[in-house]
Design a protein. Sequence first.
Length: 328
Amino acid sequence: MKKVLITGAAGFLGSHLCDRFIKEGYFVIGMDNFITGDKKNLQHLENHPNFEFIEHDVTEFVDIKGDLDYILHFASPASPIDYLKIPIQTLKVGSLGTHNLLGLAKAKNARILIASTSEVYGDPLVHPQTEDYYGNVNTIGPRGVYDEAKRFQESITMAYHRFHGLDTRIVRIFNTYGSRMRLNDGRVIPAFIGQALRGEDLTIFGDGSQTRSFCYVDDQVEGIYRLLLSDYIYPVNIGNPHEITIKEFAEEIIKLTKTKQKIVYKELPENDPLQRQPDITLAKKLLNWEPKIDREEGMKITYEYFKKLSREELFKSEHKDFKKHIKK
């Protein structure tokens, strides 16, 4: 039985990856410090014979006993609300955390896949975004802590590959949605659904003409899994290329939830991307991968998940108290 370490295991994507690798017959070691992850995302695996959990902050030295075949580094805050609350931790997990896990991969002779992001493209001047586009990033803006952490993560990963011969993979993840998303993480899908369920008007930042593309979590996990097992060492976009404006998406949410909320407009945050659409030509060619689940189907599943949340979860203003995780 091959063994895989998944960091950020209690997060949205990390927990789904744990499920997938267990299903594929791997022994999974999940690691998380719960700075943004949620223990409930892993409760169903608590007594599984092929799952072990380690509570640990990957910015500290990481050691795993015994052999290790694969590492998937998904530990990171991943939403704009996090960047403002825990900017230093966001930078550290992308830099120190990645360094520690690359060192572990080298010591174990393990293949490592790091989770990069479409945010490396910043507010793109090229549309759709291809992997050879270098991006348009404001290094000192509020989103820079995440964008630059991920750009550094890619650079140090390639340095370990070139200098140490480490077996590496890089996935650039575009907007992904599905069950286990944090309701109050600030991203558009949980924000709109949460507002609809609470009977609030839907808030659009800017005029709503900015675009996004949304990939259902099962499709995203399939792309990541195929990339890990491929022979390709350079970044690959994994996302859904079907583009929609935020205004159109808000109207879809109102129709889906059968609510009568209005749409209200607020000022666009600094450096918020105006366009975000992946070019997945490379993923199609290399991995024979493309999304299978359309937005209408995926959103129905996601909406049903959020509807089942308790009233307390639905109305609390913040997901978690970040302060207890912050070290001086």
